[in-house]
Write a protein that binds this ligand. Structure first.
Ligand code: SAH
Length: 266
């Protein structure tokens, strides 16, 4: 492993170790689900992924994170990574040669089935089935753009698929990468405390989730729906299903149409 890439792995020695400090390559984790991130901002990782369930899973070695610092592949004394767009126009474009060197480094450390994706507003919209497909791979390599994005030849040459977080433009791919990784990692075995919750939540059955309530039983004069406190499990299941269907029909006609067209279980 060259100096350009850093790994975040399992904590085993100091209980005070911060996620950012978990940067040693650990051979015993070589088979863990692996995220490789090509970025100008490696210090932004693991970011929020170092917290809560994804952070605990990182420390426990259920997944590992390797950042590849694009700057270190830059040109000349100043390690330039970008240049002005061919044909003119505003902004800067990440250079093909620089990004290409970083991708080749990432390819050298990839293993098994590990797709390489470019975060991009032009990409296919990320969704739960994509998260499930990626979680079933050995990991993923994510290329984070900045400025006006990357030279098109890089995407063509390496056959890189573009994936979008949604129809809006971010200043860089890093937040999108963290959002996508979060969605994948929580589907990995052992990451969620209660494995059932990944089965019942929004999108997993093609519907939005029913409303949730907890204590207090009454808040600002508003009670919890009576059925939920009845202890009658069959009625609760029926109520939740009806709520999920009504919500989906109301808010997401697209999902509802797809749900209604699905073949029914016998
Ligand atoms: N000029 C580009 C936008 C560049 S934004 C265009 O109009 O398509 C800079 C970088 O932010 C992109 O290279 C991409 O990596 C990231 N980015 C911006 N919006 C995104 C989105 N909706 N999903 C995923 N990545 C995004």
């Amino acid at each position: 492993m060259s100096d350009a890439s850093k790994s975040h792995g399992r904590k085993s020695i100091r209980a005070t170790l911060k996620p950012r400090e978990l940067m040693v390559d650990r051979p015993e984790l070589s088979r863990a689900w692996t995220a490789q991130i090509i970025t100008l901002f490696p210090q932004a990782f693991p970011g929020i992924l170092g917290e809560s369930l994804t952070g605990k899973a990182l420390k426990d070695g259920l997944w590992q994170l390797r950042t590849i610092d694009l700057r270190l592949f830059g040109d000349g004394k100043h390690r330039n990574v970008d240049d002005t767009p061919a044909g003119g126009g505003a902004g800067m474009v990440l250079r093909a040669d620089v990004v290409g060197r970083a991708i080749e480094q990432a390819q050298g450390t990839a293993r098994g089935r590990m797709p390489i994706l470019y975060l991009s507003p032009r990409g296919r919209r990320f969704d739960q089935p994509m998260a499930q497909a990626l979680a079933a791979c050995d990991g993923v390599t994510l290329l984070c753009g900045r400025f006006e994005g990357v030279d098109q030849r890089v995407l063509d040459h390496y056959g890189i698929e573009e994936v979008s977080l949604g129809d809006f433009v971010l200043t860089g791919g890093e937040i999108a990468a963290q959002a996508m990784l979060d969605a994948c990692i929580r589907l990995r075995p052992g990451v969620l405390g209660n494995a059932v919750s990944a089965v019942e939540e929004s999108f997993s059955n093609g519907l939005l989730e029913h409303p949730q309530y907890t204590r207090p039983a009454e808040w600002k004069g508003l009670p919890i729906p009576e059925v939920l406190t009845s202890g009658h499990h069959e009625r609760i299941t029926e109520w939740r299903q009806a709520q999920a269907e009504a919500l989906t029909r109301d808010r997401r006609p697209d999902l509802w149409a797809a749900h209604a067209a699905r073949p029914r279980k016998p």
